[in-house]
Design a protein around this ligand. Structure first.
Ligand code: CO
Length: 135
């Protein structure tokens, strides 16, 4: 049920960051703009998980703010769950601090929420579920 779905990495430029990963032998399999997050995301499979390169498309993107404050680097860890609605309701009921007040739809149609680092030992944690059509 649980697995590390991907690691989100904030970069200034996907075009330049991907060169290193491609030299390493990894390949970008999908790239798309997620309008409501103001990011361009590129996925690179790494064994059973993936790296998600995140490039801001706007100055007021959360990724732009992250890079301005902390520089490029690891932004979040995403764990796959089978039933994100149940997980979301359960966390809310327990009073866990969430970033998302609703379940969102991301690149490729997957569903996700973010849990605040204050609840997770300092890691911005994404919980995600495959697109409904793929379940
Ligand atoms: Co992510």
């Amino acid at each position: 049920m649980y697995k590390v779905d991907h690691l989100g990495i904030a970069v200034k430029s996907i075009a330049s960051a991907r060169r290193f990963y491609e030299q390493l032998g990894l390949a970008v399999v999908g790239e798309e703009v997620v309008e409501h997050e103001k990011v361009r995301a590129a996925m690179l499979p790494v064994g059973e998980t993936r790296f998600e390169l995140l490039e801001p498309t706007s100055e007021d993107s959360v990724i732009a703010k992250f890079i301005a404050k902390r520089g490029e680097g690891l932004h979040h860890v995403a764990v796959h769950v089978n039933d994100i609605s149940a997980t979301f309701e359960d966390l809310k009921r327990r009073g866990v601090r969430l970033i998302s007040d609703e379940i969102k739809v991301g690149a490729g149609g997957h569903l996700y929420i973010f849990v605040h680092p204050s609840a997770t030992g300092g890691v911005l944690l994404e919980l995600c579920q495959d697109p409904i059509s793929a379940v």
